[in-house]
Design a protein around this ligand. Structure first.
Ligand SMILES: [Zn+2]
Length: 449
């Protein structure tokens, strides 16, 4: 048996295909052996996890807006990665926009790496961006380690990150295919979107301004382009469940297209969002109860294969809580710390298992960005990134318990199941339920060639 410096054992360890009693042997930050529960060598510190708790791979969140440099007052690597660690997340991937500069050139990527280095409590990877005219920057950014590229088909909300048209995509896609790079797409088309410049504190008005058609038409376009250019395409934050059948059909047909959805689409429903409650605003919007159930069905049948936070915070005043104007408020929901309990609360009463949960929150996101098998599963050779949590413990979300910079969140006051107790990053305990390990131990994760 390999020498270990730490052994964590539990009656319930979430493995790729089962939950079983196991001992996890860790050396130099890696899992060197996954043995039977009683297979405990003499050497090494032993952590005995109580019977109430489970050990799962550390969460991987591939859709996080850290907004730094340039809009660090919106979030920042320090605060975002503290919140992540407290939520059992051990790897996040930062979005290329809302930072200034946006990550759309090699120089901007280097600036971001400098900003993030030594300030991250968990491991952090990076997306680059596709904007009109930057095709020549894609290969250098990819060689430097971005995991793939994001584009918008509608205005992104910030001037530094322009959206692309089909013509722009026809220029970028051959290059992405040549590189073998994944394109992730904010899939709403401008055509069906209404209400520009208007005001309303009524959620229904906002919802109708961003109809399912905007998503459906965008996804239709991306299926067509992915098929034509053989580019790997991933639809971010899918909200319109109407698009699931065409995604399913395209996947069955061999089109390399995948999709994610987010906790807010799986937990909330439009019918219960109060007038003026702009903390619920995001784009595409949270839709009706019936749509939510269809998204769960899409997860069940595998058309949607991962769930990410789309943590997109801003200073509280940008949410315009005083006027409650849904049309003008910043769109984005802060939930980096809460993805595990939100999804578990919803998943358990629909009959899903802990292995389903780990697949959606850990394994598939790690695969999406080529960090698997090093990240996202408990297996020999993987990084010892682990979360110990109690799936039965219930708690009420208090804004004061959130570690991200701005505490306004639609989850405040929600009763959730699943309490994160300890988080380990490469075998080091970085969170123990109240304290964080200092100094930050997170690495910059560059795509491996
Ligand atoms: Zn986003």
């Amino acid at each position: 048996m390999p020498v270990s410096d730490l052994i964590i054992r539990a009656r319930r360890v979430v493995l790729p295909n089962e939950v079983a009693p196991r001992s996890i042997h860790i050396s130099d930050g890696r899992i060197v052996h996954v043995g039977e529960y009683n297979d405990v060598a003499a050497e090494g510190e032993l952590v005995d996890v109580g019977d109430d708790s489970v050990v799962m791979p550390g969460l991987v969140d591939t859709h996080v807006h850290v907004n730094s440099p340039g809009r660090t007052e919106w979030e920042g690597f320090h605060s975002a990665t503290l919140a992540a660690a407290a939520g059992g997340v051990t790897t996040l991937v930062d979005m290329p926009l809302n930072s200034i500069p946006a990550t759309t050139t090699l120089a901007a990527f280097k600036t971001k790496l400098e900003q993030a280095r030594d300030d991250c409590f968990i491991d952090v990877g990076f997306w680059g961006g596709v904007v009109p005219g930057n095709t020549g920057e894609l290969a250098p950014m990819f060689a430097a380690g971005v995991v793939g590229f994001k584009c918008f088909l509608v205005p992104s909300g910030v001037d530094e990150f322009a959206h692309v048209t089909e013509d722009n995509l026809r220029e970028a896609l051959p290059e992405l295919s040549r590189l073998g790079a994944l394109l992730i797409v904010h899939a709403e088309l401008p055509g069906p979107i209404k209400g520009d410049g208007s005001s309303s504190s009524d959620y229904r008005t906002f919802l109708e301004s961003r109809p399912r058609a905007a998503e459906n038409e965008a996804i239709e376009l991306m299926i067509r382009l992915s098929r034509e250019f053989e580019t790997r395409v991933h639809i971010v934050h899918l909200s319109s469940a109407e698009a699931i059948p065409m995604l399913r059909e395209a996947q069955a047909d061999g089109v390399k297209i995948s999709a994610e959805t987010c906790p807010h689409y799986l937990h909330f429903a439009a019918e219960t969002i109060a007038a003026g409650a702009t903390e619920f605003k995001c784009c595409p919007p949270i839709r009706e109860h019936e749509n939510r159930e269809q998204l769960w069905a899409g997860l069940a049948n595998g058309t949607i294969d991962l769930i990410v936070s789309d943590h997109s915070p801003c200073p509280g005043e940008m949410k315009l809580r005083e006027s409650g104007d849904f049309m003008k408020a910043w769109g984005g929901i802060a939930s980096l710390q809460l993805r595990l309990p939100v999804i578990w609360t919803e998943a358990r009463h629909r009959g899903f298992s802990l292995t389903d949960l780990a697949r959606w929150l850990c394994t598939n996101p790690a695969r999406q960005v080529s960090f698997a098998p090093r990240k996202g599963s408990i297996a020999t050779g993987a990084d010892a990134d682990l979360v110990i949590w109690n799936p039965d413990a219930q708690f009420t979300v208090a804004a004061s318990s959130l570690h991200h910079r701005h505490k306004l969140t639609p989850y405040a006051g929600e009763a959730l199941n699943g309490l994160v107790q300890k988080t380990f990053l490469r075998g080091r305990k970085i969170y123990d339920g109240s304290h964080f390990a200092e100094p930050p131990l997170g690495h910059m994760l560059l795509r491996e060639h």
